[in-house]
Design a protein around this ligand. Structure first.
Ligand SMILES: Cc1ncc(C[n+]2csc(CCOP(=O)(O)OP(=O)(O)O)c2C)c(N)n1
Length: 565
């Protein structure tokens, strides 16, 4: 095995392997050669080569999302590192562990006119859980002459990776290397000490829990809102229990991956038609949010205008005071907390849930009636695709109207759903989905808007894409979301600066990157294509669905009008 001679590189590589960072995404460069050589040689580490650092970081994010373990990215010095930033911000807000490892020049060569050099130290300051600038002596002979520096570096590498594991988020390790960079040797000579991450102690904050349970038990209108949540994170027993509680209404987002027949997926469909009086009736006494970020704008507006008396959040990652009334954040495991709730819950007979189940059933009827008559459009495409999805797929959704359309449909328990809602960016949806697919044993399908797709088209510049990976582009020739949002659509500026109308197609990208390409622009041929689209193949496939750019928004607006009783 060829490993770098540089002891600092040996430390980084060995500590990653020892701590279970076993997937490393490397972008080409010279300054990072010691790391590249070592990671690529390590028998326990799987490495991936991706040129575009922005894609590389989102690709790593997708892997970490599936593995629920940190994945590392390694790049050279200079602007290469800055291209990691969008994925770092997403990881920061979504609570996904990423280990960013950047090579750098020794300190004395920064800002003296050397090429490919920027100020890398703590460059992600505002969106990183921990950043360390490792130490490097100024010349090779003196390198590691000081035991203190070796120990200090080692401790900091340990700390960085531990924080990514313990707190689920991005950390940055900046590693200065002096030349020569390419010298190799057999095996490692550097010894490392592994400091184990500390598992968060499972102690429920009793005082706040007592206050919560008192509030809960004295509330006849209890609301639970579940945001981004990986599948199977909450035991079905507890979900069933909440679903069967007549005083509890559980609103679920598509990305919550939680299911019960008495839950309320399709939040917007339920609440969009409500009037002030109905909102007052729905207003919860107590709100418990679980998981990550919330997509539905309508539920945010509702709960900001009709605040619960008490809002509690349950989750191991950050809590946001989304409704400006957060009382307490229980940083506790979902299941342990829900078990406590289950044990201490007072059963109250209430009409709260039934009342809203009646509304849900009325909406469902109206929804079906409208979709039956709906002409070919974005909305129709979502319905058709969802009906044809094979069971047990992992569905990735791009921002932004894609995830919003999906939220209008009931959640299929056999389909796991993901979307980058940490920052809601359109800049890495495809790369994330591909990363996820690479470490998944299921078929992964991405449904994306055209701008999101073309923005991240370098995602396809990746030799690891599994053959069963599928992309469906809903090509409405621009940012369809802007037609749905307020603003005058009849101006030239609207098309140029908001919708950014275009006539691009993915056909040539597919040729270039070796994906099988299919196109359709009507319902019949869409159904036809979907019949065989998901079956096994020798290359990944992409289906581009062309929809009427100027019709889609009207059909969606009419839908919401149609839902009104
Ligand atoms: C990196 C980034 N830049 C800009 C935006 C603002 N933005 C939100 S949605 C959107 C357009 C999305 O268009 P498309 O992917 O075609 O989906 P559609 O709305 O047509 O379904 C833009 C530009 C963003 N979310 N992320």
């Amino acid at each position: 095995m060829s490993y770098p001679k540089i002891p600092l590189a040996q430390q980084v590589i060995q500590l990653c392997a020892a701590k279970g960072v076993l997937h490393v995404v490397i972008s080409p460069g010279s300054r990072n050669a010691p790391l590249t050589i070592g990671f690529a040689s390590h028998p326990e580490i799987k490495t991936y080569s991706i040129v575009d650092e922005r894609c590389a970081a989102f690709f790593a994010l997708g892997m970490a999302q599936e593995l629920q373990q940190p994945v590392a990215v390694v790049c050279t010095s200079g602007s290469a590192l800055l291209n990691y930033y969008p994925a770092i911000a997403e990881a920061y807000y979504s609570g996904i562990p990423l280990v960013i490892i950047s090579a750098d020049r020794p300190k004395y060569l920064i800002d003296v006119g050397d090429g490919q050099t920027i100020r890398q130290e703590n460059v992600f300051e505002k969106h990183i859980l921990y950043a360390v600038n490792l130490k490097q002596d100024i010349n090779n002979k003196e390198r590691f002459s000081s035991v203190t520096i070796i120990d200090e570096n080692q401790e900091r590498i340990n700390k960085a990776i531990n924080i990514a594991i313990e707190k689920n988020g991005p950390v940055h390790i900046n590693v200065p290397f002096a030349e020569p960079l390419y010298e190799i040797q057999e095996g490692f000579t550097e010894e490392v000490t592994v400091i184990a991450p500390r598992k968060s102690s499972e102690v429920l904050d009793q005082e706040n829990f007592t206050a919560f349970i008192n509030n809960w038990n004295s509330s006849k209108k209890r609301m639970v809102l579940i945001g981004v949540n990986p599948p199977n994170k909450i035991e079905q027993e507890f979900l069933d229990y909440l679903g069967n509680d007549s005083a509890t209404v559980v609103f679920t987002e598509s990305t919550s991956n939680t299911h019960h027949s008495n839950f309320f997926p399709g939040i917007d469909k339920i609440i969009a038609p409500l009037n002030d009086n109905e909102f007052s009736v729905l207003q919860p006494d107590i709100l418990l949010t679980i998981g990550g970020l919330i997509v539905s704008k309508k539920v945010k507006v509702f709960l900001r205008n009709y605040k619960p008396k008490n809002h509690y959040h349950l989750g191991e990652n950050k809590a946001f005071d989304t409704f400006f009334c957060l009382k307490h954040h229980f940083k506790f495991s979902n299941n342990s907390f829900l078990r406590e709730l289950y044990v201490n819950n007072l059963v109250i007979v209430s009409e709260y849930q039934q009342k809203w189940l009646n509304v849900k059933s009325r909406r469902a009827q109206k929804h079906s009636a409208y979709l039956k008559e709906l002409p070919f459009s974005d909305f129709k495409t979502f319905e058709t695709v969802l009906n044809k999805l094979p069971s047990s797929v992992i569905l990735h959704l791009s921002n932004s109207s894609t995830i919003r359309y999906i939220q209008l449909f009931d959640n299929n328990p056999n389909v796991v759903q993901y979307c980058n809602r940490g920052t809601s960016g359109i800049d890495g949806c495809t790369s994330t989905a591909i990363g996820h697919a690479v470490v998944s044993d299921k078929q992964n399908v991405l449904i994306t808007g055209d701008l999101s797709f073309f923005y991240d088209s370098n995602a396809l510049w990746n030799t690891n894409i599994p053959n069963n990976f599928r992309i469906i582009i809903i090509n409405n020739s621009g940012g369809g979301i802007f037609r749905i949002l307020p603003g005058d659509k009849n101006t030239k500026d609207f098309e140029t600066y908001f919708e950014t109308a275009h006539d691009l197609t993915a056909e040539y990208l597919c040729k270039m990157y070796g994906l099988e390409y299919f196109a359709t622009s009507d319902e019949k041929s869409l159904k036809n294509e979907l019949n065989s689209f998901f079956i096994e193949s020798n290359s990944p496939k992409l289906l581009e669905v062309f929809t009427p750019r100027t019709e889609n928004d009207k059909l969606l607006i009419d839908y919401f009008k149609h839902l009104i009783d």
